[in-house]
Design a protein around this ligand. Structure first.
Ligand SMILES: Cc1ncc(COP(=O)(O)O)c(C=O)c1O
Length: 392
Protein backbone atom coordinates (compact mmCIF):
# COMPACT_ATOMS: atom_id res chain seq x y z
CA UNK A 1 0.00 0.00 0.00
CA UNK A 2 1.33 3.44 -0.92
CA UNK A 3 1.33 5.49 2.29
CA UNK A 4 2.89 8.69 0.88
CA UNK A 5 0.50 11.58 1.37
CA UNK A 6 -1.02 12.66 -1.92
CA UNK A 7 -0.78 16.43 -2.57
CA UNK A 8 -3.85 17.97 -4.17
CA UNK A 9 -3.51 19.36 -7.69
CA UNK A 10 -4.00 23.03 -8.50
CA UNK A 11 -7.61 22.71 -9.70
CA UNK A 12 -8.52 20.96 -6.44
CA UNK A 13 -6.84 23.76 -4.49
CA UNK A 14 -8.81 26.35 -6.47
CA UNK A 15 -12.06 24.81 -5.27
CA UNK A 16 -11.19 23.71 -1.74
CA UNK A 17 -8.15 25.60 -0.41
CA UNK A 18 -8.97 27.64 2.70
CA UNK A 19 -12.57 26.47 2.66
CA UNK A 20 -14.63 23.80 4.37
CA UNK A 21 -18.39 23.38 4.85
CA UNK A 22 -19.63 25.74 7.56
CA UNK A 23 -19.62 23.99 10.93
CA UNK A 24 -22.89 25.51 12.10
CA UNK A 25 -25.02 24.92 8.99
CA UNK A 26 -23.10 22.69 6.57
CA UNK A 27 -23.23 25.50 3.95
CA UNK A 28 -20.79 24.75 1.15
CA UNK A 29 -20.61 28.19 -0.47
CA UNK A 30 -18.42 30.50 1.65
CA UNK A 31 -20.28 32.19 4.48
CA UNK A 32 -20.48 35.90 3.71
CA UNK A 33 -20.18 37.91 6.91
CA UNK A 34 -21.19 41.52 6.40
CA UNK A 35 -20.78 42.76 9.95
CA UNK A 36 -18.59 45.82 10.26
CA UNK A 37 -17.93 45.39 13.98
CA UNK A 38 -17.86 42.40 16.28
CA UNK A 39 -19.10 41.83 19.85
CA UNK A 40 -16.25 41.43 22.32
CA UNK A 41 -17.01 38.78 24.92
CA UNK A 42 -14.87 40.02 27.78
CA UNK A 43 -13.65 43.36 29.01
CA UNK A 44 -9.92 43.93 28.42
CA UNK A 45 -9.33 40.78 26.34
CA UNK A 46 -8.58 41.32 22.64
CA UNK A 47 -11.07 39.48 20.42
CA UNK A 48 -9.90 37.94 17.13
CA UNK A 49 -12.33 40.13 15.19
CA UNK A 50 -12.98 43.67 16.40
CA UNK A 51 -13.50 46.18 13.57
CA UNK A 52 -13.52 45.02 9.97
CA UNK A 53 -10.93 47.46 8.64
CA UNK A 54 -8.28 45.56 10.61
CA UNK A 55 -9.45 41.96 10.24
CA UNK A 56 -12.54 40.29 8.84
CA UNK A 57 -13.58 36.61 8.63
CA UNK A 58 -14.58 36.55 4.93
CA UNK A 59 -11.40 38.45 4.03
CA UNK A 60 -9.38 35.99 6.13
CA UNK A 61 -10.76 33.11 4.08
CA UNK A 62 -9.71 34.71 0.82
CA UNK A 63 -6.28 35.67 2.19
CA UNK A 64 -5.69 32.08 3.21
CA UNK A 65 -6.86 30.76 -0.15
CA UNK A 66 -4.67 33.11 -2.20
CA UNK A 67 -1.56 32.28 -0.16
CA UNK A 68 -2.17 28.55 -0.71
CA UNK A 69 -2.66 29.12 -4.44
CA UNK A 70 0.61 31.07 -4.63
CA UNK A 71 2.35 28.18 -2.85
CA UNK A 72 3.27 29.98 0.38
CA UNK A 73 3.59 33.30 2.14
CA UNK A 74 0.79 35.38 3.59
CA UNK A 75 -1.68 37.55 1.72
CA UNK A 76 -3.01 41.02 2.49
CA UNK A 77 -5.99 42.23 0.46
CA UNK A 78 -6.77 45.72 -0.74
CA UNK A 79 -9.59 47.52 -2.53
CA UNK A 80 -7.84 47.43 -5.94
CA UNK A 81 -4.60 46.32 -7.54
CA UNK A 82 -3.32 49.88 -7.37
CA UNK A 83 -4.20 50.14 -3.68
CA UNK A 84 -2.14 46.97 -3.13
CA UNK A 85 0.79 48.48 -5.06
CA UNK A 86 0.49 51.77 -3.14
CA UNK A 87 0.49 50.02 0.25
CA UNK A 88 3.48 47.92 -0.78
CA UNK A 89 5.48 50.91 -2.04
CA UNK A 90 4.62 52.98 1.02
CA UNK A 91 6.51 50.48 3.14
CA UNK A 92 9.58 52.21 1.61
CA UNK A 93 11.07 55.44 2.97
CA UNK A 94 12.04 58.74 1.36
CA UNK A 95 15.40 58.22 -0.37
CA UNK A 96 14.60 54.64 -1.46
CA UNK A 97 14.64 53.58 -5.09
CA UNK A 98 12.79 50.90 -7.09
CA UNK A 99 14.23 49.49 -10.30
CA UNK A 100 11.45 48.41 -12.65
CA UNK A 101 11.40 46.49 -15.89
CA UNK A 102 11.11 48.76 -18.90
CA UNK A 103 7.38 48.46 -19.43
CA UNK A 104 4.88 48.46 -16.57
CA UNK A 105 1.12 49.02 -16.36
CA UNK A 106 0.40 52.74 -16.92
CA UNK A 107 -1.16 53.07 -13.45
CA UNK A 108 2.04 51.73 -11.85
CA UNK A 109 4.04 54.29 -13.79
CA UNK A 110 1.61 57.05 -12.70
CA UNK A 111 1.87 55.95 -9.06
CA UNK A 112 5.66 55.93 -9.10
CA UNK A 113 6.38 58.96 -11.25
CA UNK A 114 3.30 61.06 -10.55
CA UNK A 115 2.86 60.53 -6.82
CA UNK A 116 5.54 58.68 -4.86
CA UNK A 117 8.32 60.64 -6.52
CA UNK A 118 7.05 63.73 -4.64
CA UNK A 119 7.58 61.89 -1.36
CA UNK A 120 11.17 60.95 -2.16
CA UNK A 121 10.57 57.37 -3.32
CA UNK A 122 12.05 57.20 -6.81
CA UNK A 123 11.94 54.70 -9.66
CA UNK A 124 13.79 54.06 -12.87
CA UNK A 125 13.24 51.61 -15.69
CA UNK A 126 15.70 49.16 -17.24
CA UNK A 127 15.86 46.40 -19.78
CA UNK A 128 15.42 43.23 -17.70
CA UNK A 129 16.21 40.83 -20.55
CA UNK A 130 19.87 40.50 -19.55
CA UNK A 131 21.75 40.32 -16.24
CA UNK A 132 23.94 43.21 -17.38
CA UNK A 133 20.90 45.34 -18.20
CA UNK A 134 19.62 44.96 -14.64
CA UNK A 135 22.97 45.20 -12.84
CA UNK A 136 24.13 48.39 -14.50
CA UNK A 137 20.88 50.17 -13.55
CA UNK A 138 20.96 49.23 -9.86
CA UNK A 139 21.66 52.26 -7.65
CA UNK A 140 23.13 52.28 -4.16
CA UNK A 141 19.65 53.04 -2.79
CA UNK A 142 17.75 50.41 -4.84
CA UNK A 143 15.50 48.53 -2.42
CA UNK A 144 13.39 46.42 -4.79
CA UNK A 145 13.53 45.03 -8.32
CA UNK A 146 10.00 45.35 -9.75
CA UNK A 147 8.97 42.88 -12.42
CA UNK A 148 5.73 42.68 -14.35
CA UNK A 149 5.33 39.57 -16.51
CA UNK A 150 3.95 39.36 -19.11
CA UNK A 151 3.88 43.13 -19.29
CA UNK A 152 0.86 45.26 -20.01
CA UNK A 153 0.33 45.92 -22.91
CA UNK A 154 3.26 44.56 -25.00
CA UNK A 155 3.36 41.12 -23.34
CA UNK A 156 7.14 41.14 -22.79
CA UNK A 157 8.00 38.02 -20.83
CA UNK A 158 10.54 38.61 -18.08
CA UNK A 159 12.73 35.64 -17.20
CA UNK A 160 12.15 35.17 -13.47
CA UNK A 161 15.10 32.78 -13.08
CA UNK A 162 17.41 35.44 -14.52
CA UNK A 163 16.09 38.19 -12.23
CA UNK A 164 16.28 35.78 -9.29
CA UNK A 165 20.00 35.28 -9.95
CA UNK A 166 20.67 39.04 -9.93
CA UNK A 167 18.47 39.41 -6.85
CA UNK A 168 20.38 36.68 -5.00
CA UNK A 169 23.80 38.03 -5.96
CA UNK A 170 23.00 41.65 -5.11
CA UNK A 171 20.77 40.86 -2.10
CA UNK A 172 18.09 43.16 -3.51
CA UNK A 173 14.68 41.47 -3.20
CA UNK A 174 12.30 41.31 -6.12
CA UNK A 175 8.58 41.66 -6.44
CA UNK A 176 6.42 40.41 -9.29
CA UNK A 177 3.18 41.93 -10.51
CA UNK A 178 1.65 38.65 -11.65
CA UNK A 179 -1.65 40.07 -12.88
CA UNK A 180 -1.08 38.75 -16.43
CA UNK A 181 0.20 35.34 -15.23
CA UNK A 182 -1.95 34.16 -12.31
CA UNK A 183 -0.81 31.16 -10.24
CA UNK A 184 -2.56 28.63 -12.52
CA UNK A 185 0.27 29.28 -14.97
CA UNK A 186 3.20 30.83 -13.04
CA UNK A 187 4.00 30.65 -9.32
CA UNK A 188 6.73 33.26 -8.79
CA UNK A 189 7.71 31.89 -5.35
CA UNK A 190 9.16 28.87 -7.16
CA UNK A 191 11.75 31.25 -8.64
CA UNK A 192 12.80 32.83 -5.36
CA UNK A 193 10.56 35.89 -5.65
CA UNK A 194 9.97 37.54 -2.27
CA UNK A 195 6.60 39.12 -2.90
CA UNK A 196 3.81 38.82 -5.46
CA UNK A 197 1.22 41.47 -6.28
CA UNK A 198 -2.04 40.85 -8.14
CA UNK A 199 -4.83 42.94 -9.46
CA UNK A 200 -7.63 40.55 -8.45
CA UNK A 201 -9.86 42.57 -10.78
CA UNK A 202 -8.54 40.53 -13.72
CA UNK A 203 -8.08 36.75 -14.06
CA UNK A 204 -8.34 35.85 -10.38
CA UNK A 205 -11.88 37.17 -9.91
CA UNK A 206 -12.56 36.84 -13.62
CA UNK A 207 -16.14 38.07 -14.00
CA UNK A 208 -15.83 41.79 -14.64
CA UNK A 209 -17.65 42.66 -11.43
CA UNK A 210 -15.07 43.58 -8.80
CA UNK A 211 -11.95 45.64 -8.18
CA UNK A 212 -9.43 44.13 -5.79
CA UNK A 213 -5.75 43.69 -5.11
CA UNK A 214 -3.47 41.39 -3.15
CA UNK A 215 0.08 41.38 -1.91
CA UNK A 216 1.38 37.92 -1.03
CA UNK A 217 4.72 37.85 0.72
CA UNK A 218 7.11 35.43 2.33
CA UNK A 219 8.78 38.21 4.28
CA UNK A 220 7.29 38.20 7.80
CA UNK A 221 8.31 41.75 8.65
CA UNK A 222 6.95 43.09 5.34
CA UNK A 223 3.70 41.24 6.07
CA UNK A 224 3.38 43.04 9.42
CA UNK A 225 4.01 46.40 7.74
CA UNK A 226 1.37 45.63 5.10
CA UNK A 227 -1.18 44.74 7.77
CA UNK A 228 -0.36 48.07 9.40
CA UNK A 229 -0.74 49.86 6.03
CA UNK A 230 -4.13 48.26 5.45
CA UNK A 231 -5.44 49.30 8.84
CA UNK A 232 -3.93 52.77 8.50
CA UNK A 233 -4.74 53.58 4.85
CA UNK A 234 -8.10 51.81 5.03
CA UNK A 235 -8.25 50.69 1.38
CA UNK A 236 -9.92 47.40 2.32
CA UNK A 237 -11.64 44.86 0.10
CA UNK A 238 -15.30 44.63 1.13
CA UNK A 239 -16.77 41.31 2.36
CA UNK A 240 -19.04 41.13 -0.72
CA UNK A 241 -16.05 41.53 -3.03
CA UNK A 242 -14.15 38.87 -1.08
CA UNK A 243 -17.09 36.52 -1.52
CA UNK A 244 -17.16 37.15 -5.26
CA UNK A 245 -13.42 36.45 -5.56
CA UNK A 246 -13.73 33.29 -3.44
CA UNK A 247 -16.37 32.00 -5.86
CA UNK A 248 -14.86 33.41 -9.06
CA UNK A 249 -11.38 32.02 -8.54
CA UNK A 250 -12.70 28.45 -8.41
CA UNK A 251 -12.94 28.42 -12.22
CA UNK A 252 -9.57 30.11 -12.83
CA UNK A 253 -7.93 27.10 -14.47
CA UNK A 254 -10.91 26.35 -16.72
CA UNK A 255 -11.17 30.00 -17.78
CA UNK A 256 -7.42 30.29 -18.35
CA UNK A 257 -7.37 27.17 -20.52
CA UNK A 258 -10.23 28.40 -22.68
CA UNK A 259 -9.00 31.97 -23.19
CA UNK A 260 -5.47 30.73 -23.90
CA UNK A 261 -6.81 28.51 -26.65
CA UNK A 262 -8.96 31.30 -28.11
CA UNK A 263 -6.11 33.85 -27.94
CA UNK A 264 -3.81 31.47 -29.81
CA UNK A 265 -6.36 31.12 -32.61
CA UNK A 266 -6.97 34.86 -32.81
CA UNK A 267 -3.20 35.58 -32.73
CA UNK A 268 -2.71 33.26 -35.71
CA UNK A 269 -5.64 34.83 -37.53
CA UNK A 270 -4.33 38.37 -37.00
CA UNK A 271 -0.78 37.36 -38.02
CA UNK A 272 -2.12 36.41 -41.43
CA UNK A 273 -3.87 39.72 -42.07
CA UNK A 274 -2.11 42.22 -44.34
CA UNK A 275 -3.71 45.12 -42.41
CA UNK A 276 -1.95 44.01 -39.21
CA UNK A 277 1.67 45.13 -38.85
CA UNK A 278 2.60 42.87 -35.94
CA UNK A 279 0.99 40.64 -33.32
CA UNK A 280 2.36 40.29 -29.80
CA UNK A 281 1.39 37.05 -28.07
CA UNK A 282 3.80 34.96 -25.98
CA UNK A 283 2.31 31.75 -27.44
CA UNK A 284 3.48 32.59 -30.97
CA UNK A 285 6.89 31.07 -31.76
CA UNK A 286 7.80 34.43 -33.38
CA UNK A 287 7.36 36.28 -30.05
CA UNK A 288 10.78 37.26 -28.58
CA UNK A 289 9.79 35.90 -25.16
CA UNK A 290 8.29 32.65 -26.45
CA UNK A 291 11.01 30.33 -25.16
CA UNK A 292 10.95 31.89 -21.67
CA UNK A 293 7.15 31.83 -21.68
CA UNK A 294 7.18 28.17 -22.66
CA UNK A 295 9.26 27.41 -19.59
CA UNK A 296 7.62 29.85 -17.19
CA UNK A 297 3.93 29.74 -18.17
CA UNK A 298 2.97 26.17 -17.65
CA UNK A 299 -0.64 26.05 -18.74
CA UNK A 300 -1.06 28.34 -21.70
CA UNK A 301 -0.17 31.92 -22.41
CA UNK A 302 -3.36 33.65 -21.35
CA UNK A 303 -6.14 35.50 -23.04
CA UNK A 304 -4.46 38.81 -23.83
CA UNK A 305 -2.70 39.72 -27.04
CA UNK A 306 -1.76 43.01 -28.64
CA UNK A 307 -1.43 44.06 -32.23
CA UNK A 308 -0.58 47.04 -34.34
CA UNK A 309 -2.46 47.96 -37.48
CA UNK A 310 -0.67 49.18 -40.60
CA UNK A 311 -3.14 52.11 -40.60
CA UNK A 312 -2.50 55.02 -38.23
CA UNK A 313 -5.17 57.51 -39.28
CA UNK A 314 -7.58 58.05 -36.40
CA UNK A 315 -10.72 57.83 -38.55
CA UNK A 316 -9.56 54.43 -39.83
CA UNK A 317 -8.87 53.20 -36.28
CA UNK A 318 -12.37 54.33 -35.34
CA UNK A 319 -13.84 52.44 -38.31
CA UNK A 320 -12.01 49.30 -37.23
CA UNK A 321 -13.34 49.56 -33.67
CA UNK A 322 -16.89 50.39 -34.78
CA UNK A 323 -17.09 47.43 -37.17
CA UNK A 324 -15.44 44.97 -34.76
CA UNK A 325 -17.95 46.02 -32.09
CA UNK A 326 -20.98 45.79 -34.35
CA UNK A 327 -20.07 42.60 -36.14
CA UNK A 328 -18.71 40.50 -33.29
CA UNK A 329 -19.21 39.98 -29.55
CA UNK A 330 -16.50 42.55 -28.85
CA UNK A 331 -16.73 45.35 -26.31
CA UNK A 332 -14.55 48.43 -26.69
CA UNK A 333 -13.49 49.13 -23.09
CA UNK A 334 -10.72 49.39 -20.53
CA UNK A 335 -9.48 46.30 -18.67
CA UNK A 336 -9.17 42.62 -19.46
CA UNK A 337 -9.80 39.05 -18.29
CA UNK A 338 -13.59 39.14 -18.38
CA UNK A 339 -16.22 36.76 -19.76
CA UNK A 340 -16.65 39.40 -22.48
CA UNK A 341 -14.01 39.95 -25.17
CA UNK A 342 -12.58 43.41 -24.67
CA UNK A 343 -10.80 45.51 -27.26
CA UNK A 344 -8.75 48.32 -25.71
CA UNK A 345 -6.67 51.14 -27.11
CA UNK A 346 -3.76 51.61 -24.61
CA UNK A 347 -2.65 55.06 -25.94
CA UNK A 348 -5.98 56.51 -24.71
CA UNK A 349 -6.67 54.02 -21.92
CA UNK A 350 -4.27 52.03 -19.70
CA UNK A 351 -1.14 53.92 -20.87
CA UNK A 352 -2.59 57.39 -21.31
CA UNK A 353 -0.51 58.71 -18.39
CA UNK A 354 2.77 57.94 -20.17
CA UNK A 355 4.23 60.91 -22.05
CA UNK A 356 3.58 60.07 -25.73
CA UNK A 357 7.29 60.01 -26.66
CA UNK A 358 7.95 57.51 -23.83
CA UNK A 359 4.93 55.45 -24.88
CA UNK A 360 6.08 55.37 -28.51
CA UNK A 361 9.66 54.53 -27.51
CA UNK A 362 8.27 51.45 -25.73
CA UNK A 363 6.69 50.34 -29.00
CA UNK A 364 3.14 51.31 -27.99
CA UNK A 365 2.49 53.20 -31.19
CA UNK A 366 -0.59 55.12 -32.33
CA UNK A 367 -2.21 52.07 -33.97
CA UNK A 368 -1.62 49.74 -31.01
CA UNK A 369 -4.59 47.70 -29.73
CA UNK A 370 -4.91 45.17 -26.92
CA UNK A 371 -7.44 42.37 -27.08
CA UNK A 372 -8.57 40.31 -24.11
CA UNK A 373 -10.39 37.17 -25.13
CA UNK A 374 -13.61 36.27 -23.36
CA UNK A 375 -15.53 33.02 -23.29
CA UNK A 376 -17.54 33.52 -26.47
CA UNK A 377 -17.18 31.22 -29.47
CA UNK A 378 -13.87 32.16 -31.02
CA UNK A 379 -15.34 31.99 -34.53
CA UNK A 380 -17.67 34.87 -33.58
CA UNK A 381 -14.77 36.95 -32.29
CA UNK A 382 -12.75 36.29 -35.44
CA UNK A 383 -15.79 37.24 -37.55
CA UNK A 384 -15.99 40.62 -35.76
CA UNK A 385 -12.27 41.30 -36.15
CA UNK A 386 -12.34 40.20 -39.74
CA UNK A 387 -15.14 42.67 -40.57
CA UNK A 388 -13.31 45.41 -38.66
CA UNK A 389 -10.10 44.82 -40.60
CA UNK A 390 -11.92 44.58 -43.92
CA UNK A 391 -13.59 47.93 -43.24
CA UNK A 392 -10.26 49.75 -43.10
C1 LIG B 1 -0.48 44.60 -14.67
C2 LIG B 1 -1.44 45.39 -13.84
N1 LIG B 1 -1.13 45.64 -12.56
C3 LIG B 1 -1.95 46.35 -11.76
C4 LIG B 1 -3.14 46.86 -12.24
C5 LIG B 1 -4.02 47.69 -11.34
O1 LIG B 1 -5.12 46.94 -10.91
P1 LIG B 1 -6.53 47.58 -10.51
O2 LIG B 1 -7.19 47.98 -11.79
O3 LIG B 1 -7.21 46.46 -9.82
O4 LIG B 1 -6.25 48.73 -9.63
C6 LIG B 1 -3.51 46.61 -13.57
C7 LIG B 1 -4.77 47.14 -14.12
O5 LIG B 1 -5.05 47.01 -15.29
C8 LIG B 1 -2.63 45.85 -14.39
O6 LIG B 1 -2.92 45.59 -15.68
Amino acid sequence: MNTTKHSPGFSTLLVHAGEAPDEATGAIAPVLVRSKTFAQATFGVEATYQYSRGKHPTRDKLEEKLAILEGGGKAVLFGSGLAAETAFLLTLSPGDHVLCCEEVYGGTFRLLDGLLHRFGITASYANFSSEAGIRESILTNTKWLWVETPTNPSLHVIDLALVAKVSRETAIPFVVDGTFAPPCTTRPFEYGVHTVIHSLSKYIAGHNDILGGAVVTKDASLYERLVFMLKTMGAVLSPDECYRVLQGVKTLQIRWNQVSESAMRVAKFLSESHTVKRVLYPGLPSHPGHMVAKRQMRHGYGGVLSFELTETRLEKLKTFVDFARKEGPIVYAESLASPETILAYPPLMSHKSLPSDVRRSLGIGDSFFRLSLGFEDVSDIIAGLSRGLAAI
